[in-house]
Design a protein around this ligand. Sequence first.
Ligand code: ZN
Length: 492
Amino acid sequence: MIRSNSLLLCALLLTMFQAAMCQVDLKSVDQVWDHYERYKETVITNRFLKHSDVVSLINKHTASGLFISEEIGQSVRGRSINHLTIGTGKTKVLLWSQMHGDESTATMALFDLFNFLAADDEHNDLRKLILGNLELHIVPMLNPDGAQQWKRRNDIEIDVNRDARMLVTPEGRALMSLAKKIQPEIGFNLHDQSTLYAAGRNENTATISFLAPAYDYPKSMNEVRKRATQLILTMNKALQTKVPGKIAKYDDAFDPRCFGDTFQGMGISTILVESGGYYADPEKQFIRKLNFYALLNAFVSIAEKTYASQKLADYQAIPENSRSLYDVLVRNVSINKEGIQFRTNLGIVRSQIKGPDSGSMSYNGRIEELGDVELTHGYDEIEASGLTFTPGNIKLMRKREWEALSPQQELDLIRTGYLFVKWTDGTSPSGPLNGRLLNLTNKKNNTIQTASIGQQAQFLLSRDGKPVYALLNGYVLDLTKDVTTVPNVFGY
Ligand SMILES: [Zn+2]
């Protein structure tokens, strides 16, 4: 009797101890969030990192002796595809990023995670927990040729994530043979999606979207897919504390061409992570931090198997990914089109233009929608009741006068109705123009006279003939405020 009582007491104490341990761990992941700047890989300052950056960072980490690195294949253009291993635990976890070359947010986060795992500080308990329970296998930048040119597909123009069955790409073959060799329990398929997705039909951006891909057409649920779903619920719960409402789930239609769907069918609990958009984060540096945090939470949950307590029914509560955002939405603007007066809404989207060596980005703002925009939203919105769509004027001046214009002088010209400068003594360049507010043009008249679909978003919004907002290449300038900058305007 006494014996069984003390056993009971032991069991009770152990349960309490484990519960306490869990609490400590979850809290400490949040402390790591607070200390993120310590681990952020400072070599990576924007999303256009290339294969050479990845290789030199891998060399740094293998030199420390903590990581083992091997080449598992080469891209079409002969760039190495590298597989790093860290941890001695029982549960094998495979993560790969950037199988689409222009989707690098998770690659940046993986190097932040490597720095965290390699550090030696007050978070050693957390490291020990992860590395003692997990064997992490990581392929950062599966499609280095795509990254080099900042494009989705590989260099024989195949989408690597539609190549899981045919395996005609060396990148896809490298991933498949690695997965077959390691046979991980869990896989993380790390991507980026358009910034124009919302989390449900509301103004919340889909900053991170998840999917536990189906492994058959009826979208059946088995233990493998269930575990992936529970891990999503774990990450969702953590992320909601940082970006409430901004997490979505992807459509789960089965596509056997995709690696996630195929791996799920092979018994690897696979989770698709899509980094989307966040206000004023075009380089996705905050979303990089969210990736870091979500993956760290997942690792802890895998180590402690706490994900198993998540209820599948809660997955329904995650809103659906919905392509219903614009960069700018102008509501209720008055337009005069060839004498026809009407009031409507304008949706503006800024498309991306690759800079030299695919190492930077310029933007080209265009009008994408005119009309009823029910249940759509904008990163920036202007309530334009009482405002009129007004074309901008062209200011004539000499090249040297234009060169001497200060930002304040440019703003003052915009306030009096100008959006363009035409040089009177030469031909001005065309294309993206940095560090300016006024556009350049070689035309005699402003060709943008009224709002139409596909047209450049270069116009003024006026009240009683006085401009109050300028739309400069799809960027909003509030003319009642102090001078500011926009990423780029244009030469036409
Ligand atoms: Zn992708």
